[in-house]
Design a protein around this ligand. Structure first.
Ligand SMILES: C[S@@+](CC[C@H](N)C(=O)[O-])C[C@H]1O[C@@H](n2cnc3c(N)ncnc32)[C@H](O)[C@@H]1O
Length: 448
């Protein structure tokens, strides 16, 4: 029996018009449940579609809709199947409740890779165009380094102390590979992979069974994406939920959850059974989170809007905790040069203070024997090793080895004259050139 924690002071994020009759989380939960019944249908239907012989009545109906017989080549059959999936999807969207529709309408882009900070304002975006387009015709290491130095000198100076290899700067310049995670809450892995392989080249992500590199960036036209059967997610950001030792009926805290790439993955590993508190401090991003939870058919999330440090009050209540913190987003420079342009050394101190508060709160909320995973998409030792070192100095926390087939760099045991605990060796520090992913840092921590 799962006992769901009660958060009386938490402001639950539900459509404004419903807030007045909100009884804790129940209203939001109810609306998700209503949606869920449709999800079960969608899943069944998707399975049917996969199992369908394309000369069956299902396709004939689609043919009749178009007033012609499109039978014949496999290309045409595939075209019909796509049309059919798209048709079903449009049908579902127009069928869903007003609440869920308004949530998805407010969001322009349903999913995001690892969920870095929110979009820029228009003014910033205009300024951004210059730096985002920063390119050089000469791709020699010297030129690339010069480009980084020009766009942000302070960044270049700091990062040459973190990784001064040509490989590092060359990889940071190279666009990131697209990747997806198959949402097994909605369809079977093999079915989805077989269907997608008809149109795309898929390459398995070695550290995540449901993850695939894919040779496209236009996901809007893929029916599986709109149906929530796949989720676009940066491959390195698939690691934290894999390490959380999740199973059904657990109570899980996702302390900084929006836009929900990892929350949806957590729900998938819990087989939609148990309870996830999906928290974020920003309303704008919570809307995207809710939209993603609905699209992916997640039924067990309670969405809260609080400063994550608030959860320190709920001592030993969660079986597993994810602390995927706001950070300086250096790993995401491969996605967009705006992260290079807006990087500020002065921000690191502020972020590290917030990160320490979040990891400590997450640790307090964790039950004995439970796993806390700390992750960032940045490579700065002050935001990574420094924060985990703080936790193991302040508490009894134990760092565990991460046994995954991932190439890695040794974690820092000293930076800027500050030494870190030897156990920090067990953390996972991924530089972009290691696996051709974004830069990432993960620590797996257990409460003894
Ligand atoms: C790296 S993103 C999280 C990505 C998310 N886990 C995912 O996988 O999609 C960091 C998030 O922390 C949120 N955040 C910032 N300050 C916070 C705070 N004090 N408490 C909780 N969340 C916070 C940001 O709004 C942002 O959504």
């Amino acid at each position: 029996m799962v006992t769901e924690p009660k958060f009386r002071n938490a402001k639950f994020c539900i459509p404004k018009k419903n807030r007045h009759d909100c009884q804790g989380a129940e209203v939001f939960r109810w609306s998700v449940r209503a949606y869920a019944e449709k999800e079960v249908e969608i899943r069944r239907e998707y399975n049917n579609i996969m199992a369908t012989d394309w000369e069956s009545p299902v396709v004939s109906t689609a043919d009749m809709r178009h007033g012609k017989n499109k039978g014949g080549s496999s290309y045409k059959r595939r075209e019909r199947r796509e049309e059919w999936l798209m048709h079903r999807m449009m049908h579902r969207i127009s069928d869903t409740s007003a609440g869920s529709r308004s949530a998805s309408q407010r969001v322009s882009s349903g999913s995001s890779g690892n969920g870095g900070e929110e979009r820029l304002t228009e003014a910033e975006a205009a300024a951004d165009a210059t730096s985002a387009n920063a390119t050089t015709a000469d791709n020699s290491p010297e030129k690339i380094r010069e480009l980084f130095r020009e766009v942000n000198t302070k960044f270049y100076e700091r990062y040459t102390r973190i990784d001064n290899s040509d490989d590092f700067f060359m990889s940071m310049y190279k666009p990131i590979r697209s990747s997806i995670r198959v949402n097994t809450l909605k369809a079977d892995l093999e079915d989805v992979v077989a269907r997608l392989r008809e149109d795309f080249h898929l390459e398995s992500v070695p550290w995540c069974e449901e993850g695939f590199f894919i040779n496209t960036e236009s996901f809007g036209s893929i029916p599986e994406h709109r149906l929530g059967v796949i989720f676009t997610q940066e491959s390195a950001s698939m690691i934290p939920p894999v390490l959380m030792e999740l199973s059904p009926k657990m109570n899980v805290l996702d302390i900084a959850a929006a836009p929900g790439a990892k929350t949806t993955q957590i729900a998938q590993y819990m087989c939609n059974d148990g309870c996830i508190i999906a928290n974020d401090v920003k309303m704008k991003r919570l809307n995207i989170l809710i939209s993603n939870l609905q699209r992916c058919g997640v039924l067990i999330a309670h969405v809260t809007m609080k400063d994550g440090r608030f959860f320190g009050k709920f001592e030993e209540r969660f079986d597993a905790v994810l602390v995927d913190v706001p950070c300086s987003n250096v790993g995401m420079i491969r996605k967009n040069f705006k992260y290079l342009k807006y990087w500020r050394a002065s921000e690191i101190k502020r972020l590290s203070k917030l990160q320490k508060g979040l990891i400590l709160a997450g640790y307090k909320a964790l039950k004995e024997g439970g796993v806390l995973v700390y992750s960032t998409c940045t490579l700065d030792p002050v935001e990574n090793e420094g924060v985990v070192d703080f936790l193991i100095r302040e508490t009894e926390a134990e760092i565990e080895n991460i046994k995954l087939p991932v190439n890695r760099h040794p974690p820092f045991l000293e930076f800027d004259g500050v030494s870190f605990n030897e156990d920090l060796r067990k953390c996972l520090r991924i530089h972009p050139q290691d696996n051709d992913t974004e830069g990432f840092f993960v620590a797996k921590i257990r409460k003894p």
